[in-house]
Each structure stands twice: as C-alpha cells, then as structure tokens.
Design a protein. Sequence first.
Length: 105
Amino acid sequence: MKKAMLTLVFGSAIFLAACGGGDKNASDNEGSTAPDGEAIAMKSCVSCHGGELQGASGPSLNDVGSRLSESEILDVINNGKPGMPGGLVKGEDAEAVAKWLATQK
C-alpha cells in the first residue's frame, strides 16, 4: 500500500513538473509581478489535497493556517514530510504559497 501511495505521489510530481513549462518570453515580460500563492496552490496541490484543499489522498489544507505558521508551512513545502515529497513548488512560488496557506484558518 505504501509503495502504491509513493508511486502515486511521485507520478503526480512528475506530471505536475511537466505541466509547468510555459513560455519563457511571456514570464520575462511579467518580471515585476509577485507570484500568486492561491493560484499556484490551486495548480500544484489539488491532485493530493483536493480541488478545494479539503483533503483527498493528502490532508486537508483549508485550515492549515490555524495549525502551522507560515515558516512551518514553507518548511513542509521545501522539505516534504512522510507522504509528501519536498520541492514540488520552489523559491518565490513556495514562499507565496506558504504565505497564502497561512491565511487559511
């Protein structure tokens, strides 16, 4: 069962990484805008945490801000925890997601 869950998680990570391509020139034109944490979370987290972050194969995140601080959420995003690989979202995007999730109470 654990192998199946890990396979699902890593398969989802690979799939999500492949979806993140985008047009390099388009992002260069937007260079001054801050990342949208909610939009990134809805794109990157829904496969495990559900469409409304209510929990699916991963735990609910719709009230994670009442359980974890922004820095604790960022640590989980960067380093993972059992059942969740780290680094699915990186850099400023990870910081934006952590900031937004910390408001979910």
